[in-house]
Ligand binder design. Structure first.
Ligand SMILES: C[S@@+](CC[C@H](N)C(=O)[O-])C[C@H]1O[C@@H](n2cnc3c(N)ncnc32)[C@H](O)[C@@H]1O
Length: 265
């Protein structure tokens, strides 16, 4: 398991592998064929997502239903699987009944592009690079910050994963949907000499935060900026040689942490 800052090599490598698979599978036509995730990879995906009883898991293109069914069996999570192939739906419902979780998971024939994904706290995918990238704007807009998104084998292009793990010859990826904080903020914070203020300009690319702050008329760049779900973290050189780490979260439209607060301008 590695942090995303170290995983560009594996992403590049997997883009190449994924492209080969895409060509081989006909996934460019947006209908990846049925090929089940291995049981080891299912276990790994659920562990990386830290699935729990309160979760609602959606598997887009659910095949024989093994991901939602395992989440229900192991952790008591509820779930939904959709698949374009009616035979897969019959199979998945049979499997859910046999596993004794038919009260927790539902499978229905549906085109995954029509599925309301906003209610999921965990989303699982084993589709194609092209579909993952096509789903990206909806994931970022419609899913709650903190939602865990997992994909077997295919990454999300330049939206780098928060974590990835190898399972046999495959790679499993995890992204945590980041809250959106780009814009201008008025920052106030405690310092040794008393309360101070700054104008903060934040830019965001997926989980990466950049920007600058104007403190006492001086523009200083923001460093080590990162968004993880609802959590926000960055470092500013606030003067007198002090590098201050701001760690907090978005609460009712404000950013706040211990000893600091930022109001959207
Ligand atoms: C690679 S299999 C993955 C099955 C399952 N998620 C797993 O990981 O074991 C992809 C599945 O997506 C389904 N599928 C392909 N295009 C779809 C679409 N547009 N809408 C819904 N399901 C689709 C296929 O029928 C197939 O069952």
């Amino acid at each position: 398991m590695l942090h995303r800052a170290f995983c560009s090599d594996i992403v590049a490598e997997t883009v190449v592998v994924a492209s080969v698979l895409l060509a081989a599978s006909g996934a460019q036509a947006q209908t990846p064929p049925y090929f089940p995730t291995s049981h080891a990879a299912v276990e790994k995906m659920l562990a990386m997502a830290e699935v729990k009883e309160s979760d609602f898991l959606i598997d887009l293109g659910s095949g024989d239903g093994r991901i939602p069914i395992t989440a229900a069996q192991r952790f008591g999570a509820r779930g939904l699987g959709v698949d374009i192939d009616p035979q897969r739906i019959v199979e998945a419902n049979d499997n859910a009944r046999r596993a004794g979780v038919a009260d927790k998971v539902t499978f229905r024939k549906e085109n995954l592009f029509d599925t309301d994904i906003g209610r999921a706290s965990v989303l699982t995918l084993y589709l194609s690079l092209k579909i993952n990238i096509g789903l990206r704007p909806r994931i970022l807009k419609e899913m709650r910050p903190g939602t865990r998104v997992l994909s077997n084998d295919f990454n999300m292009g330049d939206w780098l994963p928060d974590k990835w793990e190898r399972v046999g010859d495959r790679v499993v990826y995890l992204w945590i949907v980041p809250t959106q904080v780009a814009g201008r903020w008025r920052l106030t914070f405690d310092a040794a000499e008393g309360a101070r203020a700054a104008d903060l300009k934040l830019a965001q690319q997926f989980q990466e935060l950049s920007g600058s702050a104007t403190i006492d008329g001086q523009a200083v760049p923001l460093r080590d900026g990162m968004v993880t779900g609802e959590q926000v973290e960055f470092v500013l050189d606030v003067g007198h040689g002090e590098a201050k780490r701001f760690k907090g979260r978005l609460v009712d439209g404000h950013l706040e942490g211990e000893g600091w607060r930022a109001i959207r301008q």
